[in-house]
Design a protein around this ligand. Structure first.
Ligand code: ATP
Ligand code: MG
Length: 590
């Protein structure tokens, strides 16, 4: 391919809405252009990368025994009514009507369609297991589309769904997909980690997310520095030692947590409860600063609204409530921080002044508050707090649990002496064991060996194709542009004849280009009549792994310059060795 012909509009400036490097570079390198928020055109260079990713995913899925299908993007509402998600999914589901006023949605994921497809065809355990996948456009009306292809509204996903007769078989396939995902991300040249994850809106029993490690990642991962425990922070547990009796595991008083500051040890004398004026002081920082104490001495009281009613959740001032854990403890379908009106109705005070003393709703607390002696809480009264508040003397809790977000330095919940570290990551893939959530709701059954009717056991497995391309750039770039790993590179070799008006130079360039193409390599030749500096800048920007420069001086010695995008080194190689040399560089990835 010639640069003068390819539709490759490079830019000097990044788009003003680009916050992360991959979005900036994909736009500047002429890979993508925005059509609307979270909706993009893929230009030839961008599409080439997308196809590379798709091919790796397709090869590995096929190798794992999955079969490719293709489902519609426009889905009739009836299927979503059956699963119950027409009402439950919320605003990410884009609902549309056809000319007959029938309801449809744009598929954000395809559990309903595939479950319908399989229940119509599969009758017996003999026809199971099945693992079917597609590589297809999804639409999710994301509240904050951003970061280019990383969080789009319209994006390409590989989604696979498996159907099984037994739990064991579903778990075998879960492991098969887990291993397949590891191979896919390794082949893409990504540095990644599989972490334990929450199952979110899709539901299900256990799940892992595959996280590409990058500072710009939207997810946080807690990872042990001694063993291989790693979990999304939404899921990451704190270490609970001792009796395990919910309510009061004695060692959990400070189990796995930072040492309590002086004056908070168990056994400190309980002082008389007192109300103090704290005008306008709402945040932990404001209150602890004003009262000249530490955040560890505060007990934060948050009021939540859920399908289980209005509840209070308590946590020590220096920690944050983990809403996933609270939701699980409550066994709630949904949970939100209560609005101002609910807070006022419940506590008789504006938000920021809630406290457990005298509060007449169900209260759950994180173990961390058990270590607080003579603590500080809101007084359920505007501009007032209570000091010397003590658990059991001044208030009682309906249930204790691990309800807080882990922090860096927490003890590992799995091993004896490890500590958790927090990393940022980009979720590129997700494997779920779904169980029978969809098969029961949609009556997808089969007859087992004994002739009994049973719901199929399901798994689902997603990979963000565009997000992989973006995540790869987050991990592989420098100040001049992208540095593609060989397996994802849009072209393998970038040929730069310095002076396109010099016949000898162009003859050599044509020969090299032809020889490389004949050897099965994808070559981009910059045949533009531009200054060398401009060509080199574009080469650095679009990041093709191998650059070959043909100049009249080196040509006289029968050589061309070889430079790898990832290293500053320039070497001369003989013209007749070019194909051999470049093929050897590419070989491990092909
Ligand atoms: P996130 O937490 O990032 O919103 P998710 O949990 O909603 O992701 P899944 O439903 O598991 O994602 O979808 C499977 C894969 O699709 C994800 O692992 C991710 O790689 C990709 N993906 C999800 N949402 C988007 C999006 N808005 N833009 C691009 N890729 C996405
Ligand atoms: Mg999402």
């Amino acid at each position: 391919m010639r640069f003068s012909q390819i539709f490759l509009p490079t830019l000097k400036e990044s788009p003003s809405d680009a916050e992360v490097i991959s979005h900036k570079l994909m736009t500047r390198a002429g890979m993508i252009r925005k059509v609307a928020a979270g909706i993009y055109n893929y230009l030839p260079l961008g599409l080439k990368v997308i196809r590379k990713v798709e091919n790796i995913v397709r090869e590995e899925m096929n190798r794992a025994g999955a079969q490719e299908v293709f489902m519609p993007m426009v889905i009739p509402s009836e299927l979503w009514q059956e699963s119950g998600r027409w009402n439950a999914y919320g605003k990410e589901l884009l609902r549309i009507k056809d000319r007959h006023e029938r309801d449809f949605c744009l598929g954000p994921t395809h559990e309903e369609v595939i479950t319908d497809m399989v229940r119509r065809e599969v009758r017996s355990y003999r026809e199971l297991p099945r693992n079917l996948y597609q590589i297809q456009t999804k639409f999710r009306d994301e509240i904050r589309p951003r970061f280019g292809l990383m969080r789009g509204r319209e994006f390409i996903m590989k989604d696979a769904y498996s159907f099984h007769a037994t739990e064991e078989d579903a778990e075998r396939e879960y492991q098969n997909m887990y291993d397949t995902y590891c191979r896919i991300f390794e082949r893409c040249g990504l540095k990644f980690r599989a972490v334990e994850a929450e199952t979110g809106a899709i539901g299900g029993k256990f799940s892992h997310e595959f996280m590409v490690l990058a500072d710009t990642g939207e997810d946080a991962i807690a990872s042990c520095n001694k063993c291989n425990y790693a979990a999304n922070v939404e899921k990451a547990e704190i270490k609970i030692q001792g009796s395990g009796v919910r309510g009061l595991p004695p060692q959990a008083l400070n189990g796995g947590q930072k040492p309590a500051p002086a004056g908070f040890k168990q056994g400190s004398e309980e002082k008389p409860l007192e109300k103090v004026s704290t005008p306008g002081m709402k945040s932990v920082e404001e209150v602890s600063g004003f009262l000249r104490t530490t955040p560890q001495k505060l007990i934060k009281t948050l009021i939540y609204h859920s399908d289980k009613g209005v509840v209070a959740a308590l946590v020590r001032g220096d920690y944050e409530i983990n809403e996933s854990k609270l939701k699980k403890l409550l066994d709630a379908e949904w949970l939100n921080l209560a609005d101002e009106e609910t807070v006022r109705r419940t506590t008789n005070a504006p938000s920021g002044f809630a406290g457990p003393v005298g509060l007449n709703i169900t209260m759950f607390a994180d173990y961390s508050i058990q270590a607080v002696i003579n603590g500080v809480t809101g007084a359920n009264e505007a501009d007032a707090h209570l000091i010397n508040v003590n658990l059991n003397r001044d208030f009682k809790i309906d249930g204790f649990g691990d309800l807080r977000m882990v922090v860096s330095g927490d003890s590992c919940p799995r091993c004896a002496d490890g500590n958790l570290e927090i990393f940022r990551g980009i979720e590129v893939g997700h494997v779920f064991k779904l169980g029978t959530k969809y098969s029961e709701a949609m009556n997808a059954t089969f007859l087992n060996e004994k002739g009994q009717e049973r719901p199929m056991i399901m798994g689902c497995y997603g990979i963000g194709i565009g997000r992989i391309a973006a995540a790869s750039i987050e991990q592989n770039h420098d100040e001049n542009g992208i540095i593609w790993p060989i397996p994802l590179a849009p072209f393998q070799a970038h040929l730069i004849p310095i002076n396109v008006n010099d016949k000898a130079t162009m003859d050599a360039a044509e020969t090299v280009s032809k020889n490389l193409t004949d050897a099965g390599l994808d070559v981009l030749m910059d045949d533009r009549d531009e200054r060398a500096g401009i060509k080199f800048n574009d080469a650095d920007l679009i990041g093709i792994p191998v650059r070959l420069t043909i100049g009249s001086k080196t040509l006289k010695e029968g050589s061309v310059e070889l430079k790898m995008r990832k290293s500053p080194e320039i070497n001369l190689i003989k013209l007749d060795k070019v194909v051999e040399k470049i093929s050897a560089i590419m070989r491990p990835a092909r």
